[in-house]
Design a protein around this ligand. Structure first.
Ligand SMILES: Cc1cc2nc3c(=O)[nH]c(=O)nc-3n(C[C@H](O)[C@H](O)[C@H](O)COP(=O)(O)OP(=O)(O)OC[C@H]3O[C@@H](n4cnc5c(N)ncnc54)[C@H](O)[C@@H]3O)c2cc1C
Ligand SMILES: *[C@@H]1O[C@H](CO)[C@@H](O)[C@H](O)[C@H]1NC(C)=O
Ligand SMILES: *[C@@H]1O[C@H](CO)[C@@H](O)[C@H](O)[C@H]1NC(C)=O
Ligand SMILES: *[C@@H]1O[C@H](CO)[C@@H](O)[C@H](O)[C@H]1NC(C)=O
Ligand SMILES: *[C@@H]1O[C@H](CO)[C@@H](O)[C@H](O)[C@H]1NC(C)=O
Ligand SMILES: *[C@@H]1O[C@H](CO)[C@@H](O)[C@H](O)[C@H]1NC(C)=O
Length: 504
């Protein structure tokens, strides 16, 4: 068995060797030596193969990382060996999984090894049914499905094709956060490969535990995590979709504020509301529509009390859906079949900001700008989407603000334009469009920030464009910045884990 596998690895290496030699792979890297240290189930891909091309393809074609080799570890030990090998050869490395990371800092990786985590995707439920040990390379849907089959669930990101840990390491928003908190709030312990390749267990006794829950991309590669899980008590869900004309933008968001966000109003734990703006010429040929989603847990129809104030505004169309928790991704356009799960070759930057409540006047200003950007004759942004995510917050706010490295428990809304565009093949045209998009994205964000009354920019690191500061990603309080920088000095003094939103 062992011999057979080694022959297989050797044959794979031989067949790609010629192709690799023709690229900019550092000439003296002994890939065969790395292969000899890996388990039989590990894979090593070099450029010139379709396996390599598939592994490095990404969701967003903007400022992407570049690798000379991809290792697909078969065991946690393989991750450790790969990091040690990279260090010995002065090669950068980067963990990848769902490939939806899109922060432009990733483009600073110009060569090295991608460690593609996809084979570490096991789920093992503990005998007491209170925790599960989850591989560091699982995708959200695969985790949800495995737990569901056992009558369990936990907080994960909402999009089916996104990694489970990518979101979690930056905090992690999901449908169940109103009950249980962020994805990372569920962590009990983690197996982590540190910058020097050593494999450690991190739990509440370690100072790294705090940092992994919000700034985790900076500190290690998580090979597995033991997380809290819960009995499945409310499998059924309902969603009401109301499509409004852009003319109603102030009324819609004034109503959202009154219903849920201002005065004594609070968003009930069983309600989530999202809205999207997009240009759909079949519904309105002149301007983007507002699609407002009210999602309720544990019912087959959304309570009329939640819908009536919005219906009174006069939507163009409404739709009622009912099903289970597992239908939510399809209803909101983020299931495996939906556009956000395809690699289209487009650049997909977002420009996020966290808010406490809506400013109807600012919503009007950004709506007018969005209309101008998405509907004029030669626009590259006809497919853009403005996202307003109003998750329930009780579970998030149940923890103190300083409980983890995630800095924005006080905020209520996650807002971001996704300015998707096809990339011109001419480099100068591409550079001009990238710059124009960044300027537009930052203009949207500036309008919302100015109306927010905040004195610092709050952004979600996992949606960030990449031009924000570490203070915007991780919180501006001096103690947060000092604590993160000091942990970085201790655990990653050489900045090996600094391609994704570096803390310093
Ligand atoms: C369509 C869409 C939907 C989204 N939905 C949500 C959502 O519901 N909730 C939410 O919170 N966020 C969401 N996000 C944002 C998401 O958190 C980030 O895009 C995240 O980076 C994706 O992780 P990934 O594994 O898919 O991507 P990758 O690009 O593979 O990974 C991103 C980064 O995470 C790190 N990483 C990944 N796996 C590991 C690991 N095992 N150990 C250490 N580091 C690791 C690496 O630094 C890597 O560069 C969404 C994004 C998109 C595009
Ligand atoms: C909020 O509730 C308190 C106590 O019930 C009440 O006195 C106050 O008027 C309410 N405020 C608003 C804005 O409704
Ligand atoms: C939906 O409901 C939440 C509950 O607070 C509310 O805070 C939010 O404003 C609403 N979300 C949106 C996107 O309107
Ligand atoms: C990304 O865009 C470039 C043009 O700059 C194009 O050549 C390339 O094929 C695109 N990449 C993918 C994966 O689509
Ligand atoms: C078209 O869109 C671009 C990009 O946002 C904008 O600069 C320009 O003013 C728009 N033109 C019109 C006529 O609205
Ligand atoms: C690796 O780094 C950790 C954290 O800084 C340290 O505790 C450990 O001793 C290091 N291991 C080796 C072999 O240097």
């Amino acid at each position: 068995m062992r011999v057979f596998d080694q022959i297989k690895v050797a044959a794979t290496l031989a067949s790609v060797w010629a192709a690799a030699a023709a690229t900019c792979v550092p000439r003296d890297v002994q890939w065969a030596k790395l292969a000899s240290k890996l388990s039989p189930s590990a894979k090593l891909y070099l450029p010139g193969t379709s396996a390599f091309d598939d592994a490095v393809a990404r969701w967003s074609n903007l400022s992407t990382p570049v690798a000379n080799a991809v290792v697909v570890p078969g065991t946690e030990h393989d991750v450790s060996e790969t990091v040690k090998f990279a260090n010995q050869n002065a090669l950068p490395f980067l963990a990848t999984n769902g490939v939806h990371g899109s922060i432009t800092t990733l483009g600073k990786m110009t060569h090295g090894i991608e460690i593609h985590m996809s084979q570490l995707n096991s789920v093992q439920i503990a005998r007491d049914g209170k925790t599960a040990t989850i591989g560091g390379g699982i995708l959200s849907k695969d985790l949800t499905d495995a737990l569901w089959a056992a009558g369990k669930q936990t907080v994960t990101g909402t999009c089916e094709c996104v990694g489970y840990l990518g979101p979690a390491l930056g905090g992690g928003h999901g449908w169940l956060q109103g009950h249980h908190g962020l994805v990372s709030d569920q962590f009990v312990s983690l197996r982590v490969v540190l910058a020097n390749g050593s494999l450690v267990t991190v739990d509440s006794k370690s100072d790294l535990f705090w940092a992994l829950k919000g700034a985790g991309h900076n500190f290690g590669i998580v090979t597995s995590v033991t997380s809290k899980i819960y009995d499945l008590v409310h499998p059924n869900y309902a969603m009401e979709t109301l499509i409004f004309s852009g003319d109603d933008v102030e009324a819609v968001y004034r109503t959202a504020n009154e219903q849920w966000l201002t005065g004594n109003a609070t968003q009930p734990v069983d309600i989530i509301n999202w809205s999207y703006w997009f240009f759909d010429p079949t519904t309105d040929p002149e301007k983007p529509v507002i699609a407002f989603y009210i999602i309720q847990e544990g019912v087959d129809a959304v309570d009329d009390a939640h819908v009536a104030p919005f219906r009174a505004i006069g939507p163009i169309a409404t739709q009622s859906q009912s099903g289970t928790y597992r239908d939510l991704a399809a209803w909101t356009g983020i299931d495996l079949a939906a556009t956000p799960c395809q690699k289209t070759g487009n650049a997909n930057p977002r420009f996020p900001i966290y808010l406490k409540q809506y400013s109807p006047a600012a919503q009007r200003q950004i709506y007018d700008l969005f209309r101008q950007a998405t509907t004029n004759a030669s626009t590259p942004y006809a497919g853009a989407l403005f996202m307003f995510e109003g998750y329930s917050q009780q579970g998030v706010k149940a923890l103190r603000d300083d409980a983890t490295a995630f800095a924005y428990r006080e905020d209520n809304l996650l807002v971001a334009p996704l300015l998707t565009y096809a990339v011109p093949s001419d480099p100068a045209a591409r550079a001009a469009l990238d710059a124009r998009t960044q300027a537009l994205g930052d203009r949207f964000r500036q309008i919302l920030y100015a109306a927010s009354g905040e004195s610092t920019l709050h952004t979600y690191v996992n949606y960030a464009y990449g031009d924000e500061t570490a203070r915007a990603w991780y919180g501006s309080e001096a103690w947060r910045q000092q604590r993160l920088r000091s942990l970085k000095r201790q655990y990653d003094p050489q900045g090996r884990f600094s391609f994704y939103a570096p803390v310093a």
